[in-house]
Every structure is written in C-alpha cells, then in structure tokens.
Design a protein around this ligand. Structure first.
Ligand SMILES: Nc1ncnc2c1ncn2[C@@H]1O[C@H](COP(=O)(O)OP(=O)(O)O)[C@@H](O)[C@H]1O
Ligand SMILES: [Mg+2]
Length: 424
C-alpha cells in the first residue's frame, strides 16, 4: 500500500502560502501610500521593500524554508517588525492587514501557546498605539480602527491555530482509515492463501489418503492389479499436487506479475504447466478493444482454472493441441480452453476427483460460471465466464489539469458444469 495520507498537512502548507500574499500586498500598498504623500522616509522604504522580498521568498521557496521558519524566534521577529512598521506608518494604514495575516500565518506554523501569547501581546501594543500615538478612545471615535481591527488582530492567531488543528485532525482520521484498510487487506490475503491451500492442496491430499486406503485393501486381498492401479493414481495425484503447490507459491511470491497483461499471465501459466510435455498451445485474444479486463480476484481465478485445466489435458486427454481463446460476451470475459484429446463423459459424481469441482467452485466465488463440454473422441472444452472489471468513469475535464502541491496557482511554472452430458 501507499504511504499514510497527509492531505491535511499539505493543505496547511498551501494555506500558509496563500496568507503570504496579503503580506506582500500590505507593504506594497504602504509604499504606494508613502509615495503619494511625497514622504518617502528612507529607512521605512528599505524596511517595506525588505518585507516584500522576504515574504515573496518565503512564498516562492515555501517547502524548503517552512521548517526553519517554525522557530519561535521568527514569530517574535516577525510580529515585532510588523508592529514597529505599523507604529511608524499609523494604524489606519494597510499594515494592519499585515498584522492580521501574520497572526493567521503564525497560528498555521507555530505551536498554539506562543501564538496565543503573541496575539495578545500584539493586540496590547496595538491598543497602546491606539491610545498614546493616535489618540483614539477605544470604542469611541472610529469603530473599525478601535474595535474591529484590534479584534481581528487578536483573533487571527487562534483562527490559524484552529485551522491547522482541523486539518491535522483530518489527517489523523484518514490515517486511522488507511490503517484499518491495510489490516483488512492483510486479513483478506490470509483468507485467500487459506482458500488457495484448501482448493489446491487439501482436497488432493484427501484424495491421496482415500487411494492409500484402497491400496491397503487391495494388498490385503492380494489383488495386485488394482493395488498397482491405486499406486499409479497416488503417484499421479502427488505429481499434480507438487505442480499446483509450485504455482501457488510462485503466485504468492511474485508480486511483479500483477502488472502483466492477462495474455502474458496466461502464457506464463501455460509454460509452467506444459514444461517437459509435447503439447502445442496457442493463445488467441479475441476481446474487442479497449480490452475488457478482470478484477484481481477474477484474474487469479482465471489463472488457477487455466493451470488445472491444462493439468487435466496433460494427465487425461492425450492431446496434441490446446487452444486458449479469450473473448468477451456482454459484460463477461470468457476463456475457452479446448483440447483435441480423447474427451470423456462428463458426469456429476466422481468421488476422489476434485479438479473440475474445484474449478467450478472458484468460478462461482468470483461470480462467474464454468462449463465443461466433452464427449469421448471429440476433445474437451472448458469455458470460464467471469464478470469484466468495471471501467473507471471518465474524469471531468477539469480533473485532467495538473495539480501542483505546495504551490499556489500564482507560481505554477464463478457454478455450473453443464456439459453435453451432465452437470457437476
Ligand atoms: N481434458 C480432459 N480430457 C479427458 N478427460 C478429462 C479431461 N479433464 C478431465 N477429464 C476427466 O475428468 C475426470 C475428473 O477430473 P478432475 O476432477 O480434474 O480430477 P482428477 O484430475 O484428479 O482425475 C478425470 O479423471 C478425467 O477422467
Ligand atoms: Mg484434475
């Protein structure tokens, strides 16, 4: 699985960057106002220009600078400088916007306590300036300057802290969900391995046990012919079992195969199943394009059925050729495995033989269907139908646009065997 989600933390970073924009605009506007008053005090102009450049650099190189900016010294320096400039320029100037944006930014990046202390201190200084410098009476002369703005200066820090907490909490919830999903995926995989062992190994081992009882009985009766036959079947079953366990282990180990196309995965199964046997196998892909695919579980079912069907061809059919045909029928993906072997009478009851039943059960579990068509002398066809994987819905055109992280838009550079004879 991927890393735990941190979209909330990313959003905190983006918000902080957006808050830097008014922190560039405010000193800019103050500069314009200074020029308009034909009163460009040298040091003040330099300080305002420095504020613009520093905030621009913070915005531009946020991802690399943010960790250092979290130091409390920056909080003190930033708010102190903002207050000094506000004091020099006056309370009715755009620098108040700088103070408010600074509070929100501090709340987003610093810890709550220092931020609350800084908000309180800044508001107090604002109040002192209000009374002593500007001569305002709180609540008196100008409501916005004396009440609204100091309230915003006081509230900005806590607002930033609250925003960060909400977004970080969102990450915690998403991480808990991510952990639950991961645990569920591990459990599902364990159940799958257990099913795999049951389907491919346990049933056949039970078959070997039953045959060994038959062998014992034959030996006690002195019936050597049937003892030899039972021993032969035991050997064949054990050989088949070895092949199946190899396939299961290979399947569990090789995660890379999950990226193979269905045809490549089938080819791989064919070469493993037919190694050392003279059998000509051809694969035809007759699915229309775009080719309908299978779910991961459906694909495993198809590969397991292919292995078992080929194993049967080798063990029972005495065939020269096998054809695997992939096709589509409605919303189903169809695989037909046809051999030109001796065929057989398909019957429902074959005690001690679990291959066909197992294939059928697997297909049913994947909401599919398995049909075996055969008659003596005319070969066998195993037909597996599985539901195609639903195609993802087309994305809305906007979603196709690239998403730039940590940078505001401004700076974007299957159960039925129903043969001609019967059903198992
Ligand atoms: N492709 C095939 N060609 C001929 N006979 C087959 C084929 N597949 C299956 N059979 C017959 O069906 C029987 C049941 O097969 P299966 O359920 O796989 O059990 P097993 O392979 O252990 O005998 C086989 O014993 C064989 O007689
Ligand atoms: Mg079999």
């Amino acid at each position: 699985m991927t890393d735990p989600p941190k979209a909330g933390l990313d959003a905190v970073g983006r918000l902080a960057q957006y808050v830097l924009i008014p922190r560039i605009a405010a000193p800019g506007l103050s500069l314009v106002a200074l020029r308009a008053h034909h009163d460009p005090a040298g040091l003040l102009v330099v300080v305002l220009l420095m504020m613009i450049v520093l905030n621009y650099l913070a915005l531009r190189y946020w991802s690399s600078l943010a960790p250092s900016l979290r130091h409390p010294v920056f909080l003190v320096l930033d708010q102190g400088l903002a207050l000094l400039v506000t004091a020099a320029l006056g309370l009715g100037t755009p620098m108040v916007l700088y103070l408010i944006a600074g509070g929100v930014l501090a709340g987003l990046i610093h810890r709550a306590r220092p931020v609350l202390a800084a908000s309180l201190a800044t508001t107090l200084v604002y109040g002192v300036l209000l009374v002593f410098e500007a001569g305002y009476v709180p609540g008196g002369d100008d409501f916005h300057t004396t009440i609204t703005l100091p309230a915003l200066v006081l509230g900005a820090g806590p607002a930033g802290v609250a925003m960060r907490r909400i977004l970080v909490q969102q990450d915690r919830t998403a991480t808990q969900l991510w952990q639950l999903r991961r645990t569920a995926a591990v459990r599902e995989e364990r159940l799958r391995v257990a099913r795999e062992l049951h389907d491919s190994l346990t049933k056949n081992l039970h078959g070997i046990w039953l045959l060994s009882r038959t062998l014992e009985g034959s030996l006690e009766r002195g019936d050597l012919a049937s003892a030899r036959e039972a021993a032969g079947v035991i050997g064949e079953t054990a050989e088949g079992l070895a092949g199946q366990s190899r396939a299961v282990i290979q399947d569990l180990r090789d995660v890379k195969r999950e990226n193979h196309s269905l045809v490549e995965a089938l080819q791989e199964r064919v070469s493993v199943a037919t190694a050392g046997h003279r059998l000509r196998v051809t694969i035809h892909d007759e699915r229309p394009t775009p080719r309908p695919g299978l779910t991961a579980a459906g694909r495993r079912t198809m590969l397991a059925v292919t292995s078992e069907a080929l194993h049967n061809v080798i063990k029972h059919a005495d065939a020269l050729r096998v054809t695997l045909t992939l096709a589509a029928a409605g919303d189903q993906v169809v695989l037909m495995i046809t051999d030109d072997g001796r065929g057989f009478v398909v019957s429902a009851d074959r005690p001690g033989h679990y291959g066909l039943v197992g294939m059928s059960e697997r297909a049913a579990r994947s909401a599919g269907q398995l049909t075996v068509t055969s008659s003596p002398g005319s070969g066998t066809t195993v037909r597996l139908e599985l539901p195609a994987r639903p195609r993802p819905a087309p994305e809305p055109s906007q979603a196709a646009k690239p998403v730039h992280r940590n940078r505001p838009h401004l700076f974007r550079r299957d159960h039925a065997l129903s043969p001609r004879g019967g059903s198992v």
